[in-house]
Unconditional design. Structure first.
Length: 252
């Protein structure tokens, strides 16, 4: 069981005792030797009591935050043991190094050349977002990636070259998955568009939408593109682009 810290009053009394007790002993000794009388003994005791009370007034209240690292009796700063950094095992270091080398940011999971070459089912969610970004950029749109740390519920912002209006794009990678885009997803994107000062919204998924989600999107005038759009537009472009890059590499 941890020892209870004495109260401030108890610590103050201890400080007073440090001054008065020795003074009383010395006074009695001098009294027995005939050096001083009873009056002298009382004067010595009062002086010691006064000095002890003055010193005790500096005893800090350890409950206060500013006195957290002070000596509970003197009020002076005291050294605290420095915490040694926890040792990491070699396996933990290897895991950390591997993860940092593979992922350096939201859109830098794997290089663009690799993303374009891989089949759709082998892409991670963030890699599919990057693929959509590359497709939009290559097909005449003007896409802008949202900040890596806080995207505000929007993955890409597309600027219309004609009128300069912004469209908030949300991307979900549900290729060959039973997961569907729901009404909740539609509402979240519609609400998030204001975070990037967008007028329009566009939801792109490699999967499908629930019927309720499509109705909700139509009500909110949101453009929706599902796996059909991905298979008929993005994948053919991806295959053509992959072939072009292979030819370019072969010519070097």
């Amino acid at each position: 069981m941890a020892k209870k810290m004495p109260s401030r009053r108890e610590r103050q009394n201890a400080v007073i005792s440090l001054f008065t007790f020795p003074a009383v002993i010395i006074g009695f000794y001098l009294l027995m030797k005939g050096v001083i009388g009873i009056i002298g003994l009382m004067v010595i005791s009062l002086i010691a009591l006064f000095i002890g009370s003055w010193a005790a007034s500096y005893v800090p209240d350890v409950r206060k935050k500013e006195n957290k690292n002070k000596n509970p009796y003197t009020g002076l700063p005291q050294k605290t043991a420095e915490k040694k950094p926890a040792k990491t095992s070699s396996s933990q270091k290897r895991t950390s190094q591997a993860s940092s080398s593979q992922t350096t940011g939201k859109y830098n999971v794997r290089p663009d050349d690799v993303i374009i070459q891989l089949p759709l089912e082998e892409l991670e969610g963030l890699e599919f977002e990057q693929l959509v970004y590359l497709y939009l950029k290559a097909t005449g749109w003007k896409p802008i990636k949202t900040p890596e740390t806080k995207d505000g519920g929007v993955d890409i912002v597309v600027i219309n070259k004609t009128d300069g209006l912004k469209t908030a794009v949300q991307v979900k990678h549900y290729y060959r998955s039973k997961t569907q885009v729901t009404v909740k997803d539609i509402r979240e994107l519609d609400s998030a568009k204001k975070n990037h000062h967008c007028i329009g919204t566009w939801f792109i998924t490699s999967g499908t939408f629930t019927n309720a989600a499509l109705v909700e999107a139509d009500t909110r005038r949101m453009k929706t593109s599902d796996v059909t759009f991905v298979e008929t537009k993005i994948i053919p472009w991806k295959e053509r682009e992959a072939a072009k890059r292979q030819v370019a590499v072969a010519k070097k």
